[in-house]
Design a protein around this ligand. Structure first.
Ligand code: R2B
Ligand code: URA
Length: 375
């Protein structure tokens, strides 16, 4: 076993293993039976939400195809601790299976994870124990709708301190393609750290800072000795378009010169901007308004200082797209199985007892978590 990223001081290995067994047993039971009444928090920890939410009976989460009158939110979603989102349904379904394996949960080989928001026909949503995986589409308007409804879901389910993470792709600024960038703050095209929306025709700006400590914790999951790519923390420019909004020269329209593009991208580089994508502003603004810790973890699929078109073969892109997923799965595993503050007094169940002991895994390691079947 090789420990690499340093998490806070380690308790005794037997205590770790026992705590892991208890955590796993609880995850498995919650996966089978849902969150028990006595495990539900009294209230969610989210802040600043619409005071009218409590009066909405039912509250219909239209784009997720869910309603509070037909789904028992505290029972079904009360155990959610991590909400991961990425652009496409396929990527998030793959991530759901991947994270399931990484946190040691299994489903019967003959069953499939269900897309919980299939009825909404807009986003995909999968639940793997305490992890929700959602697709968000492209751009701030799309992710903003998803976030409003997921935040309301957390509220109705009375979730405690859920962590939201966007995993995705981006165009790098002066970084090697394949590098993972963890966003320190999201900025708009004027380098302003705020998400602007029009409310009643009036501009309203919401700050787009992200959780610094969460970014550091995810960065610590990168192993510079073993991982064959770099992970950096930096500013992310969020554009409302892939072409002119990102100063590309290959869009259907282009009313600026290559020199103007060069000057703009070099200005971004001088301001510590490491990448450009299209959702971080809304993501950062909405999560921080709700008092949710949020992180944006994107791989750069090209270096925009060297061009606009994405010429990298699909097999390579697929490998690169897994990098943010790997770091985030490691982060989740560490948080679940190596959290000293977890006062989890549950006893291990037969089916999982000893499973953690078999691995000897500490969550500070890149090792697999214990495994147990939930269905
Ligand atoms: C990254 O990639 C998409 C555009 O190709 C967009 O959703 C983003 O942020
Ligand atoms: N996604 C973006 O928004 N821009 C890029 O250049 C690549 C991916």
């Amino acid at each position: 076993m090789t420990a690499h990223a340093v998490w806070p001081t380690r308790p005794h290995p037997i205590a770790i293993v026992n705590a892991q067994s208890r955590t796993l047993a609880k995850l498995v039971r919650q996966m089978k039976e849902g969150c028990k009444k006595d495990e539900e928090a009294k209230e969610s920890t989210l802040c600043g939400l619409n005071p009218c939410l409590k009066c909405l009976q039912p509250d219909i989460l239209y784009h997720l195809g869910l309603s509070t009158d037909t789904t028992d939110f505290p029972k079904v979603f009360g155990d959610v601790r991590f909400v991961c989102m990425g652009g496409t349904p396929g990527r998030m379904e793959n991530f759901a299976y991947y994270v399931m394996q990484e946190i040691g949960l299994k489903i019967n080989a003959a069953t499939k994870l269900r897309n919980i928001s299939e009825a909404g026909q807009r986003f995909s949503l999968f639940k793997v124990g305490p992890v929700l995986c959602a697709s968000h589409g492209m751009g701030c308007p799309s992710i903003s709708i998803l976030l409003h409804e997921l935040i309301k879901m957390m509220y109705h389910a009375k979730c405690k301190d859920p962590v939201f993470i966007r995993i995705g792709t981006s165009g790098g600024i002066g970084v090697e393609p394949g590098t993972v960038i963890i966003t320190s703050e999201a900025i708009d095209g004027r380098l302003n750290p705020a998400h602007e929306i029009l409310v009643h025709g009036v501009s309203v700006q919401h700050a787009s800072q992200l959780d610094e400590s969460l970014a550091d914790e995810i960065k610590m999951c990168h192993d510079p000795c073993k991982d064959t790519y770099e992970a950096v923390i930096g500013r992310t420019l969020c554009a409302h378009d892939f072409y002119e909004g990102q100063s590309r020269l290959d869009g259907a329209f282009c009313e600026y010169t290559p020199e103007m593009k060069k000057t703009y991208l070099e200005q971004l580089q001088s301001q510590e901007v490491k990448n450009i994508e299209m959702e971080s502003l809304a993501f950062a603004a909405l999560t921080s308004r709700a008092n949710i810790r949020g992180a944006v973890v994107c791989v750069a699929i090209l270096n925009r200082l060297n061009g606009d078109q994405i010429k990298t073969p699909h097999e390579v892109l697929s490998k690169w797209e897994k990098r943010p997923q790997e770091l985030v799965a490691r982060y989740i595993r560490k948080s679940l199985y190596y959290n000293e503050n977890d006062d989890d007094s549950e006893q291990p169940e037969d089916e999982t007892e000893g499973a953690a002991a078999g691995t000897g895994a500490g969550a500070g390691d890149t090792q697999k978590a214990p495994a147990a079947e939930a269905e």
